[in-house]
Design a protein around this ligand. Structure first.
Ligand SMILES: Nc1nc2c(ncn2[C@@H]2O[C@H](COP(=O)(O)OP(=O)(O)OP(=O)(O)O)[C@@H](O)[C@H]2O)c(=O)[nH]1
Ligand SMILES: [Mg+2]
Length: 401
């Protein structure tokens, strides 16, 4: 389907975010960096960032009128053709901002949907994304039509009649219903497939996007799952059989999470996430070299709670220790310690205590501490197996060589 963002490939982009009571300047900057990474993943070229300090977003134009003029002046001078906002814009905000800036406007939700649409490979992922896109589009229909009118160069032309919008709404509602039925059918097929996998212990890799889940999957299962330095490299779940020390289990690689994952997307990706829901053990992967890894851990924990309120055993995997850097503090420096002043060893102690040893610090890329990971994984899978088949001593004698 035609996405609402249109083609933003190679488009020079301006990014806009807010500094609020709950989002200090450092956080806001990190969020804009993440937005820039998202924009690049979608093919745009971010070239300028605007931040404004506000208690809450302006209900009419997101930023205040002064900032909007500043952005407009920049656009006029530079010729950049795209503005990306770091939050979901209401239909009203979108319309007003578009009217004022007269260039293509997209928001964070729209950008994520666009990336998902580009990356979707299977019929399943495509259907899920299309559903999310239509759901996003529905309340914004009026704007879509005004958009079309303008493209036809109809200055002063009358907007589309209510009936036109109504017809279009009905078409989209029908399409949504159809996609939902289609997804239900696919879900049923996939549930059967999962049942057919038998009673093997199931382990799922979960985590923020770009932390190295697929790289770990490839390492553990010696398979070739697509991994690269872009956001949302993985959309479809891959399941592989892995054997550690003669103990077989199923390992699945899943879609990465992100801050403010569009609600519709979580909804429509529910079946992809069944893999997570039905897992016996979760391997929560984090990128310890990322300045914001602790918040990323929190975002993932929250999203997991939404998907699956049942508490599952979790092992935390702190990946990318090879890329971890820190600056030791001078002894006479009395300013408060920041994340940059904390060593890997200190982090390890803190998290080991917090997780009661249920964590492993490793590097998937440089294959550091992989034996420790395999050992930890073996013990965890075995524990689940023993609990499930308490009388199956025979199996255990053969598994433990
Ligand atoms: N420095 C370093 N980079 C790593 C490590 N593990 C993975 N990477 C890199 O991190 C990037 C993302 O890796 P992926 O395995 O695609 O990450 P993912 O979590 O599957 O990402 P999504 O599927 O997009 O959610 C790639 O460029 C990897 O090469 C590591 O241990 N150290
Ligand atoms: Mg991946």
């Amino acid at each position: 389907m035609k996405t609402e963002t249109g083609n933003i490939d190679q488009e020079r982009a301006v990014l806009v975010g807010l500094i609020t009571a709950s989002q200090n300047e450092n956080k806001a900057r990190e969020y804009l960096d993440e937005l820039a990474f998202l924009a690049e993943t979608a093919g745009a070229v971010p070239e300028k960032k605007f931040l404004q300090r506000l208690d809450f977003a302006n209900p009419k134009t997101f930023v205040g009128p002064g900032k909007l003029t500043e952005i407009k002046n920049y656009l006029d001078e530079s010729g950049a053709g795209l503005v990306i906002f770091d939050d979901e814009l209401s239909p009203k905000q979108l319309r007003n901002i578009e009217g004022a800036l007269k260039v293509k406007i997209i928001d964070r939700t729209n950008l994520i949907l666009d990336i998902f649409a580009k990356r979707a490979q299977t019929a399943h992922a495509k259907t899920q994304v299309e559903l999310a896109q239509y759901q996003y589009m529905l309340p914004r229909l009026t704007r879509l039509w005004t958009h079309l009118e303008r493209q036809r160069g109809g200055i002063g032309m009358r907007g589309p009649g209510e009936t036109q919008i109504e017809t279009d709404r009905r078409i989209i509602l029908n399409r949504i219903a159809l996609l939902k039925t289609k997804l239900k059918d696919i879900d049923r097929q996939m549930a059967t497939q999962r049942e057919n996998r038998g009673k093997m212990v199931r382990v799922a890799l979960v985590g923020y996007t770009n932390v190295g889940k697929s790289t770990l999957m490839n390492l553990l299962s010696k398979s070739e799952v697509f991994a690269e330095n872009k956001l949302f490299a993985t959309l479809d779940t891959t399941v592989r059989k892995v054997i550690i020390g003669n103990l077989p289990f199923l390992l699945s690689d899943t879609v990465g999470f992100i801050r403010k994952l569009p609600h519709h997307l979580v909804e429509s990706f529910k079946s992809t996430l069944d893999e997570v829901r039905e897992a016996d053990l979760l391997l929560h992967v984090a990128d310890i070299s990322h300045p914001n890894f602790e918040e990323q851990l929190e975002v993932v924990a929250q999203t997991l709670k939404e998907i699956d309120p049942l508490e599952k055993p979790v092992i935390l995997l702190f990946n990318k220790i090879d890329a971890f850097s820190y600056t030791p503090k001078e002894e006479d420096d009395l300013s408060p310690r920041t994340r940059e002043n904390i060593s890997l060893e200190e982090l390890r102690k803190t998290w080991m205590a917090k997780m009661q040893d249920d964590c492993v610090f490793l590097s998937a890329k440089e294959k550091k501490n992989i034996d420790e990971l395999k050992d930890r994984l073996y013990r965890a899978v075995k524990e689940i197996h023993v609990r499930r088949y308490p009388y199956n001593d025979f199996l255990y004698q053969t598994y433990e060589d």
